[in-house]
Design a protein around this ligand. Structure first.
Ligand code: MLT
Length: 257
């Protein structure tokens, strides 16, 4: 678990980026580079990422959220715009529940607030066991294509290669931990419903993992929230169309500040 600081200086609200699975902070690089000056920008490498896959607590996103709060507190961040993509969004909602004072605004990117259906949960536990027993990331390698939209796969093959390389660099023990943590998460729609701060919901129009319907559910849950549908993007909008995602987060930071 560590903090990656893209930009330390700035008087504006800090922006904190929480990554998806099975990835790490690098999936935010292109967004971070396009966020407006004036805001410190940090990303967190969540439990399970390379170098942070051993000596972990029981798998849970509550543990991830507590560790995020700890690492932000140590860096002097006590209030921030929190942007979470997919698993990062699940962690952002756990953070909102357990450390509400930290969340000044929320960007929920290609994510959802509901829990897994039983078959999805069983599939996660199977992948966790398989990653552990084979000692490899093979069970999640196909995600290098399934996370991306069809337009990206056809028009930006270098993006697919980049994502595949990031997945190859993950650790099997970390894959297992994160899958078990996600499998255990509850529905946090009520936590989102009770949040009075600014919310933007972002989704790729070709996202098949957490599709537009999941984003519409988030918008219906968070009163007053804004929906941004990113054209020509799958589930990894921060990598596929970073300018659109950066612009949605920048507007949120301005509104929340
Ligand atoms: C992610 O991108 O974080 C994963 O697709 C999340 C999930 O498996 O639910």
């Amino acid at each position: 678990m560590s903090l990656h600081t893209y930009r330390a200086e700035g008087d504006g609200l800090p922006i904190v980026l929480l990554h998806g699975f099975p990835l790490d902070h690098r999936m935010w690089d292109d967004v971070a580079a396009q966020l407006p000056p004036g805001h410190p920008v940090h990303a967190v490498d969540l439990p399970g990422t390379p170098g942070h896959a051993t000596d972990l607590p029981e798998p849970s996103l509550e543990a991830s959220a507590d560790l995020v709060a700890e690492v932000l507190g140590a860096a002097g961040v006590d209030s921030a715009v929190i942007a979470g993509l997919s698993m990062g969004g699940y962690v952002a909602l756990a953070l909102l529940e357990r450390h509400p004072g930290l969340v000044a605004g929320l960007a929920l990117v290609d994510t959802k607030s509901t829990a897994d259906a039983p078959d999805a949960r069983a599939n996660r536990l199977r992948i966790a066991d398989e990653a552990e027993s084979t000692g490899s990331v093979d069970p999640v390698r196909p995600m290098a294509t399934s996370l991306l939209g069809e337009t990206t796969r056809a028009a930006q093959p270098e993006v697919a290669e980049r994502v595949a390389a990031w997945i190859d660099q993950q650790e099997p023990a970390g894959i297992a931990w994160s899958q078990r943590a996600m499998a255990a998460r509850p529905d946090r729609s009520d936590v989102l419903r009770a949040f009075a701060g600014h919310v933007v919901v972002v989704v790729g129009d070709e996202d098949t993992v957490t599709p537009v319907a999941a984003a519409e559910h988030l918008v219906a849950t968070a009163e007053g929230s804004r929906l941004v549908v990113v054209p020509q993007s799958g589930h990894l909008s921060s990598v596929e169309q970073p300018a659109a995602v950066a612009s949605a987060i920048a507007e949120l930071a301005q509104a929340a500040g």
